[in-house]
Design a protein around this ligand. Sequence first.
Ligand code: URA
Length: 211
Amino acid sequence: MTQQHLTVITHPLVQHKLTIMRQKDVSTAGFRRLLREISLLLAYEVTRELEVTTMTIETPLCSMQAPTLEGKKLALISILRAGNGLLDGILELIPSARVGFVGLYRDPQTLTPVEYYCKVPNMLDQRMTIVVDPMLATGNSSVAAIDMLKQRGARNLRFLCLLAAPEGVARMAESHPDVPIFTAALDERLDDHGYIVPGLGDAGDRMFGTK
Ligand code: URA
């Protein structure tokens, strides 16, 4: 695994918010609020290489050529359902981004991910495509989602999560070494049920209040 492949976002605000989110007694509302806040901070890092163009604007003193985002060049892809928690915050920062959704379930026999939904923006080959899912655990669904996006033309991809397990990072590095991963923390390991340890539990359940 190259260092370039994995970026751990160590900003103190990110780490502070993550520590609160990990705690088991945080309410659903608190967890959701923190996830929205932390997604803004993570978005700052994962979008660092977004394309900018210039536009002519009038300041009170004169006109100038000023930088502006090529917003339509960005696609955000949420892996359902937990990805939506990260997506909402990023969309507040970049409202012009195009948005797609990928749904996968695990086949109980083969334990492999099976596609049940995929609706993504067109011209993915021309967009920076950021895939969001809070937990990179085994990496099976992330790898499958990125396979699907590459089949639909995506080339310039990034993967953004809140927590990553070494197993998931290794799986991604093996299958998609061209896709950099951005995370707030690299945790110790997976447990026998595929949960990240120490982790924060089931991200979907915690953000939606289900069990
Ligand atoms: N998905 C989660 O929500 N939590 C984990 O720890 C692993 C996968």
